[in-house]
Design a protein around this ligand. Structure first.
Ligand SMILES: [Zn+2]
Ligand SMILES: [Zn+2]
Ligand SMILES: [Zn+2]
Length: 132
C-alpha cells in the first residue's frame, strides 16, 4: 500500500547520542512506549553485576507494594482512611487517582499514602529509583 515509514530519532539519556527510535527497547513506562536508554546502554548495564540485584530488589518491592495496596484498600472499605479524588501533587481531578506510599511499604507507614494521579505517581517513583 506504499505506506511511508517515518523514522523517528531519540536521544539516549545515558550516552547522549541521537539514534533511530528502533534502537530503543519497548517499555510501558514512558509515553512514547520506548525506553529512554538505547539497547546498547541497556546491554552494557545488564552486564553490570548490580543489575540482577536490583531486579530482585524490585521484585521484593513489588510484593510489598501489592500487600500495602491491599491493606490500603481494605482500610478504605472499613472507613479508616479516605480516598482523595484529586491529585495531592498537581491537583487534577479528572484522572485516576492512586495511593502512593511516600514513606515506604513498611507496616508503620502502610496507611500513610499520598493520593496522586498516575503521572505524578510515576514521577515520584522515578525520583525514588534514582536515589537508590
Ligand atoms: Zn545509549
Ligand atoms: Zn498529579
Ligand atoms: Zn507509589
Amino acid at each position: 500500500m506504499g505506506q511511508k515509514v517515518v523514522v523517528y530519532k531519540k536521544t539516549c539519556k545515558k550516552c547522549n547520542k541521537e539514534k533511530d527510535i528502533r534502537l530503543f527497547p519497548d517499555t510501558n513506562d514512558y509515553k512514547d512506549g520506548k525506553s529512554v536508554y538505547c539497547h546498547e546502554c541497556i546491554t552494557c548495564w545488564k552486564k553490570n553485576s548490580n543489575y540482577g540485584k536490583s531486579i530482585k530488589k524490585t521484585q521484593i518491592q513489588n510484593k510489598k507494594r501489592l500487600h500495602a495496596n491491599y491493606i490500603v484498600n481494605s482500610a478504605i472499605k472499613k472507613g479508616i482512611i479516605k480516598r482523595s479524588n484529586n491529585c495531592q501533587k498537581c491537583g487534577v481531578t479528572d484522572c485516576k487517582i492512586v495511593g502512593h506510599h511516600h514513606n515506604g511499604y513498611e507496616e508503620a507507614s502502610i496507611l500513610d499514602v499520598l493520593w496522586v494521579c498516575s503521572s505524578c505517581h510515576r514521577k515520584e517513583h522515578n525520583k525514588i529509583n534514582y536515589e537508590m
